[in-house]
Design a binder for this molecule. Structure first.
Ligand code: GTP
Ligand code: MG
Length: 383
């Protein structure tokens, strides 16, 4: 049931810095291309207000943690090698490594908003970050095309069910295949020529949710702002290096910093550290934070449209049968119904579903009742 995110982009854009800032997992970071070869995997957390504050009793989370009324929900994050133009023809490290993020529910593309590296990750001046977004789209479409090509004998002439079987490992939103086929006017028997497969590959890639992290915003170049205009609603300015430094300083007890906030409290900084912290504080104030945590949360809530719902067995204590308060939290698509949630817990629970109880409002919900973010829900079943 876990949600996972893949971090992609050209070499030297700051992918591993962004990844490390989110997860505090070790990853090699260096100012030259192809520092990362093998994927880095880690766990990041999104924050949601924990309903225990409404209940007025402490919670006992099992699958997440709770700090100061914030529920931290784990999200798997994978950072991969850089992609260069022509990667599908084998340039750089190719595209094979993208198979490591096939299972990702969404992608975050890290672009270099400083403009100081070119598409290959080499030093440059005033390079255009919009060009990064465009070439990456093209390379990802080629990767998708190569997967189709590899499996085409299973699909050709067999139709959309067979096509969906091949694409199931790509974790695309439901109905995306049918929609793309319809919009392109392609035959449903999938007797497509190669150029139609390429058109389909391009189209289906648009269905994969993707957010753009405009990284190195602390030294944003003159072309950086164009990103915000060209891709409205998709871009989050980020200063990953600051986020990483702040989280490390917090872990070392130098400051107290809650990821995502626009300030921190100093505890025992040396004069040198204090100087560095002062410039980071000025950035946080001017930009309402580093953007890194925001990028993750917008990907999960906005791009993937996921809400947090808390299943309980005792609707008055908001606990499981052993009295653990709010032990679990599920991330589910907006629009999930009460019976849909029952099915996530166990298929049998959906079969024997009678009703559900909204524990916050003490109301009974029918099977088609759509759940809302932060709901605490007990499923009543017949078995
Ligand atoms: N100014 C600034 N520099 C950054 C930021 N994030 C990363 N960098 C620097 O950018 C360089 C590349 O960072 P990495 O995280 O290794 O980049 P990458 O995209 O993982 O690179 P490859 O693994 O080689 O593809 C390093 O020198 C980082 O310190 C940032 O937010 N601001
Ligand atoms: Mg890297």
């Amino acid at each position: 049931m876990g949600v996972s995110i893949g971090v992609v982009g050209k070499p030297n854009a700051g992918k591993s810095t962004f990844f490390s800032a989110l997860t505090l997992a070790d990853a090699k970071i260096a100012p030259f291309p192809f520092t990362t070869i093998e994927p880095n995997r880690g766990v990041a957390y999104i924050r949601r207000p924990c309903p225990h504050t409404i209940l007025g009793k402490p919670c006992k989370p099992r699958d997440s943690s709770c700090v100061n009324g914030n529920r931290f929900i784990p999200i798997a994050v994978t950072d991969v090698a850089g992609i260069v133009p022509g990667a599908h023809e084998g340039r750089g490290l190719g595209l094979q490594f993208l198979d490591d993020i096939r299972q990702a529910d969404a992608l975050i593309q890290v672009v270099d908003a400083s403009g100081r590296t070119d598409l290959e990750g080499q030093p440059a001046e005033d390079s255009d970050p919009c060009a990064e977004v465009e070439f990456l789209k093209d390379e990802i479409a080629h990767w998708m095309f190569s997967i189709l090509q590899r499996n085409w004998s299973k699909v050709s002439g067999k139709g959309l069910v067979a096509l969906n079987d091949v694409l199931v490992s790509m974790k695309l939103p439901e109905g995306a295949t049918e929609k793309a086929v319809r919009e392109l006017g392609l035959g449903e028997n999938a007797m497509w020529k190669e150029e139609d497969r390429m058109r389909f590959a391009r189209k289906i890639c648009e269905a994969k949710p993707m957010l753009i992290a405009a990284n190195k915003w602390d030294s944003a170049g003159k072309n950086a702002k164009a990103l915000l205009e060209k891709y409205p609603g998709m871009v989050v300015p980020c200063a990953s290096a600051y986020e990483l430094a702040l989280r490390k300083a917090d872990a070392a007890g130098v400051i107290e910093y809650v990821p995502g906030s626009d300030d921190f409290a100093e505890k025992k900084a040396t004069p040198e550290q204090a100087r560095a912290l002062a410039s980071m504080r000025a950035y946080l104030k001017a930009n309402k934070g580093t953007g890194v945590q925001d990028a993750l949360e917008r990907t999960v809530a906005g791009m993937l449209g996921l809400i947090a719902v808390y299943p309980v067995e005792d609707e008055s204590k908001w606990s499981d049968r052993n009295g653990n308060v709010l032990p679990n939290v599920f991330l589910m698509r907006k629009g999930t119904t009460a019976i849909g949630m029952a099915g996530k817990i166990h298929t049998d629970l959906a079969k024997s579903f009678i009703s559900a109880i909204d524990a916050k409002r003490k109301l009974r919900m029918g099977k088609d009742h759509e759940l809302a973010d932060g709901d605490v829900v007990k499923i009543v079943s017949g078995s």
